[in-house]
Design a protein around this ligand. Structure first.
Ligand code: GLN
Length: 454
């Protein structure tokens, strides 16, 4: 089958299903098919690599030249990117096909995809449920087989939580491995791009394309390139799995716990041993995250002023009025809440009490993980405390929504890699994800652990 045929088939599926699921903000059939024909040319002339000609859905946070790039916001509802993000460039270089831009929470702030200016996404397993967020469109598109793979970004859980809620696999790599150039910034010290797909094997191939040094991202890491698929087939005998006692204490719903326990049983059958570990500061992850992420967001989002690009209000008296109205009209409620909180914790008199304190606690959270990795190879637990919740169920209660990331956000604070794989179904037959946390740069081992289960 040619890439043009393959792309055509997936586009057909997108056109049939998207009106109901709302997973894509933009599709551009002609552009995708033209890319597919170029890929077919590469294949014919022997320049193919494993993902040449494969359709990839791109989260609408990645700038893609000539494509509308909205970040889920009214603020960028008219923004056609004049350049490619580092990640997009890497996919273009090997001849992958951009099959469309996926829906997401506005500026990646959310856990349910309900803050998107473009409306909520539905969970393909149950259209009454949310897909998770912020990469909800990506997770939905992969789960509903509208695309074989997608990109996501993860600041506090946005790849792993929607992967869990939609029954697919997703990995957030070690901070610094995937370029943030052209990836619209939310909280720069936490943001990391990564792949979402059906299996760990697919994730390995996607990581092989996505990971690499980029001089245009000041926190990009320069490392020798590796093949993330090289350990997939390794047997797990002797693997030490750390189970944080704090994660298995309370908070997790019973159905999620059952599915996770069954998955752990499977690992024990394969010869892995489980050891109890402790992450004593893990209860601080959410409060620390919700000081630091808004602080960084308030700074990053100051660039959206209606002057050079993006939304500008229709009528205004003077420059100040133009800024105020453009931002008041262009940003949604959750984004405004974050800007206010962020500005507050960074302001004179509160900076030490909140921002500096949170930075110190961030270090303690990272140290907990370092201690734990002295006695185990990977850490496991649930990705999300519950299965997918109903649309609207948590949208009026920010605290309840924030708790969706109780197991995932500590990993971002520490800069560690984390992934989620599907391990069965909980209540209402909604998917459950197993969270696998690895030590820095141990992606290949995590993918091995995931692959042996799948
Ligand atoms: N749900 C978290 C938030 O709202 C994390 C989002 C993310 O990882 N981008 O900030």
């Amino acid at each position: 089958i040619s890439s043009a045929e393959l792309t055509g088939e997936f586009l057909k599926r997108v056109k049939t299903l998207n009106p109901e699921y709302n997973a894509f903000i933009t599709i551009n059939e002609e552009v995708s098919l033209a890319q597919a024909r170029i890929a077919d040319g590469m294949i014919a002339s022997g320049q193919a690599s494993p993902l040449t000609g494969i359709p990839i859905a791109q989260k609408d946070i990645f700038c893609a030249k000539g494509w509308l790039t909205t970040c889920g916001s009214k603020m960028l509802s008219n923004f056609i990117s004049p350049y490619d993000a580092g990640v997009i460039e890497r996919f273009n270089q090997i001849g992958a096909v951009n099959i469309g831009k996926t829906n997401m929470d506005e500026f990646a702030m959310g856990s349910s995809n309900e803050t998107s200016f473009y409306g909520p996404v539905r969970n393909p397993w149950d259209v009454l449920a949310v897909p998770g967020g912020s990469s909800g469109g990506a997770a939905c598109a992969v789960a509903a087989r509208m695309t074989p793979a997608a990109t996501g970004t993860d600041t506090g859980g946005s790849i792993r939580q929607p992967a869990a809620l939609c029954g697919i696999s997703g990995i957030k790599p070690t901070y610094g491995l995937v370029s943030r150039y052209g990836m619209i910034a939310f909280a720069s010290s936490l943001d990391q791009g990564g792949p979402m797909a059906k299996s760990a094997e697919d994730l390995a191939m996607l990581l092989n394309v996505m990971v690499g040094f980029d001089a245009r991202d000041s926190t990009s890491l320069q490392r020798e390139s590796e093949d993330y698929a090289r350990h997939l087939e390794k047997p797990l005998a002797g693997l030490r799995i750390g189970l944080p006692k704090e994660y298995f204490a309370k908070g997790m719903s019973r159905d999620v716990e059952c599915a996770v326990e069954e998955a752990l049983e499977e690992y024990r059958r394969q010869g892995a041993e489980t050891v109890e570990i402790s992450l004593p500061n893990s209860r601080l992850a959410i409060p620390v995250y919700y000081v630091l992420a808004p602080a960084e967001a308030s700074s990053n989002l100051s660039r959206f002023d209606g002057v050079r690009y993006g939304y500008r209000t229709k009528s205004y008296r003077d420059l100040g009025d133009m800024y105020r109205k453009s931002r008041a009209e262009g940003f949604g409620t959750e984004v405004k809440r974050r800007i206010l909180v962020g500005t507050y914790v960074l302001s004179h008199g509160y900076y030490d009490a909140y921002y500096i304190k949170a930075q110190k606690l961030r270090r303690l959270i990272a140290q907990d993980f370092s201690e734990a990795f002295k006695v185990c190879d990977v850490i496991m637990g649930p990705t999300s405390p519950t299965v997918a919740f109903d649309l609207g169920e948590r949208s009026s209660d920010p605290i309840q929504m924030y708790l969706s990331d109780i197991y995932t956000s500590g990993v971002n604070l520490a800069g560690l890699p984390g992934m989620s794989i599907p391990v069965g179904f909980g209540s209402k037959n909604r998917p459950v994800g197993l969270h696998i946390i690895g030590n820095y740069f141990n992606e290949a081992q995590m993918l091995n652990v995931a692959h042996q289960y799948q």
